[in-house]
Design a protein. Structure first.
Length: 133
């Protein structure tokens, strides 16, 4: 079985646009979130990563599972997959890029080529559901 990266990501949509982030030194956008640490639940990963990346507090009781997407991991050897478990959730605070995040942008479906392959599959689902412009 090929190696797999276990990631939890936040889907935050406003006015038909989705919040995406880009790491310093990278040109590809992805959904905010990150890898699980041993023993963490999905919602714990989500809260920790969103706080680290965007300086806001996810309200755990508002987290709603959206879907799980799996595809080739961006920038990794062929066959390395990423499994991205996505949640929507409300938050407190002001969205501010932090840690390794160089930029945050509100993207539409037309921006699909600017995001990683696994995020493109999430974009497709959101567009199909008419949640993404």
């Amino acid at each position: 079985m090929p190696p797999e990266i276990d990631k939890v990501a936040w889907i935050h949509i406003r006015d038909g646009k989705i919040l995406c982030v880009r790491s310093k030194g990278k040109d590809t956008y992805y959904l905010p979130g990150g890898k699980r640490e041993p023993g963490e639940t999905d919602v714990e990963v989500l809260g920790r990563e969103i706080d680290e990346e965007l300086s806001v507090h996810i309200k755990p009781h508002t987290a709603v599972y959206f879907g799980t997407f799996e595809d080739q991991a961006h920038g990794k050897s062929n066959g390395v997959l990423v499994k991205m478990t996505c949640y929507t959730a409300e938050y407190e605070g002001t969205l501010t890029p932090a840690a390794e995040i160089a930029a945050m942008d509100w993207l539409t479906y037309n921006d699909r080529p600017r995001v990683s392959v696994v995020v493109q599959t999430a974009f497709d689902k959101l567009f199909e559901l008419r949640r993404l412009l």
